[in-house]
Structures are given as C-alpha cells and as structure tokens.
Design a protein around this ligand. Structure first.
Ligand code: ZN
Length: 254
C-alpha cells in the first residue's frame, strides 16, 4: 500500500474527522499568505506594521484600506478543489469538522458548515473600542483601491472606529473558538492538517494534541512537516491535488 492508500484507509475507518487548515489551502485559490514581503502598492510595508493595534491607533485609514482590499481579493477568489473535497468526505457514518487559521470564507463557500476560525474572519468587522461585532457590513462608498487610505466607519453603539475582526499580532485567539477547537481535536479519530506552516502558536500545537489524544494525523503540505510519530502520515503535494485524490480513493472503496 502506498502512502495515499494508507491515508485513504485511515480516513475510510474514521468516524470523527477534523480538518485543520492554514494558508496553504487558500494559496491554491490565489490568496497570498501575507506572511512574506508585500508587493505592488504595499511594497515597503510589513504586515506586522499593518496588523497590530498600535498600527491601527496610529493610522486607522491605512489599516482599514488594507482590510477592505483584502476583503476584495477574497471576494474575487473561488474555493478550489481542496476546499470542495472536504464537505464531500462527510457521510452518515463520518462527521467532518473544519478548524481554520484562515480569515477568508472559502470553506463556507465550498459547502462546509460550522467552520471554526481561530484567527477571526474578514467577513464582519468589530468595534475597536467596545469590541462588539458589526450587525451589518458598514456602508462603504469608497472603492477599495489598492493602497487607498479609507477612514473606518463608526460603531453604531459607541461611535468607536470599526476594525477588522481578525487576530492581529500580539492578540490572543478568540477564546470560544479555541476552546471549541480543542474539544473537537481531543474527540476526533483523525486530524488532517492541510497547508499549515506549523509555526503560528498555539494553533500549531493542534496536531500534537490529536496524537496525544490517540488520534491519527495526516499532513498535506508541499514540504515534509511530519514529526515522525507512528500514527502520522505525510502526503507531500498541493492541497488542491492531494485532497481530491483522497476523496476519489475513499469513494472507490465505498
Ligand atoms: Zn463600539
């Protein structure tokens, strides 16, 4: 049995499967990771200078413009074959959940429901002052041109500035999402980690937690990121190629 067949075998037998996804899965939809140097009009800016509370306090219009531009990029992107394969792996005897570090909505648009967003979401902003989420997306007449400085709209309740509801550098993960993720991982028989860098803590500890809880772990990544544990399998390749292959294997065997 080759490694993809072994992975299909483990998946076939699993009743509770958790997908844990990172930037690598959205990269196949053309969404850059923004962890590296920025290009185009953003050249010279570091994401770390745009994604902190300090940056927002000093230049809210720059940070809001960046957020609207990223929203636009995501709106123009489409879920890829990897996003689409995930909900199709669920059936009456197999529960499939998604925990993502991504702030886009490509899993939801591919048909996954109840997606846990560990690093927040671009979908709806929240108030910088009172932290309450926006009820509807604020009316934004300015077209989010790349590099545009756009003054953030105000909170309808306290008149504070709206900010992206994503986790910035130096901020904690939303505690409810994190707790829900830990419960799912402790309870699963299989965790499939897709396109995660394995460096952004504490999220990167979830595959370890799955192994410690007795589950199997399958990594799907362009680089070998396995830790050499017995219940680990490493599938090297692009998520948009590997996950449809896995889906096909388990569909054949059904
Ligand atoms: Zn407010």
């Amino acid at each position: 049995m080759n490694v993809i067949e072994q992975a299909a075998d483990v998946l076939q037998k699993a009743k509770k499967v958790v997908f844990f996804t990172g930037a690598g899965i959205s990269a196949d939809s053309g969404i850059p990771t923004y962890r590296e140097k920025l290009s185009g009009i953003w050249t010279g800016l570091d994401p770390r200078d745009l994604e902190t509370a300090k940056a927002f306090r000093e230049n809210p219009a720059l940070v809001w413009g960046w957020y609207l531009w990223r929203r636009l990029r995501v709106a123009q992107a489409e879920p890829n074959a990897a996003h689409l394969a995930i909900p199709r792996m669920a059936h009456s005897q197999r529960q499939v959940s998604v925990i993502t570090q991504n702030i886009d909505d490509l899993h939801e648009r591919a048909g996954s429901s109840n997606v846990i967003h560990l690093h927040g979401s671009l979908a709806m902003p929240k108030c910088f002052a009172c932290h309450r989420p926006a009820v509807v997306f604020p009316d934004q007449s300015a077209v989010p041109e790349e590099g545009a400085r756009i003054e953030p709209p105000r909170c309808l309740r306290c008149n504070g500035r709206m900010r992206p509801a994503v986790v910035w550098y130096g901020e904690d993960l939303p505690s409810q999402s994190w707790k829900a993720a830990v419960l799912l991982v402790k309870d699963c028989d299989l965790l499939i980690s897709v396109g995660t860098s394995g460096i952004v803590m504490p999220a990167a500890g979830l595959p370890d937690l799955a192994l410690d809880s007795g589950a199997s772990v399958i990594h799907v990544n362009k680089a070998d990121v396995a830790m050499g544990e017995q219940k680990e399998l490493m599938l090297i390749g692009a998520a948009a190629e590997v996950l449809p292959m896995l889906l096909e294997k388990i569909s054949e065997g059904r």
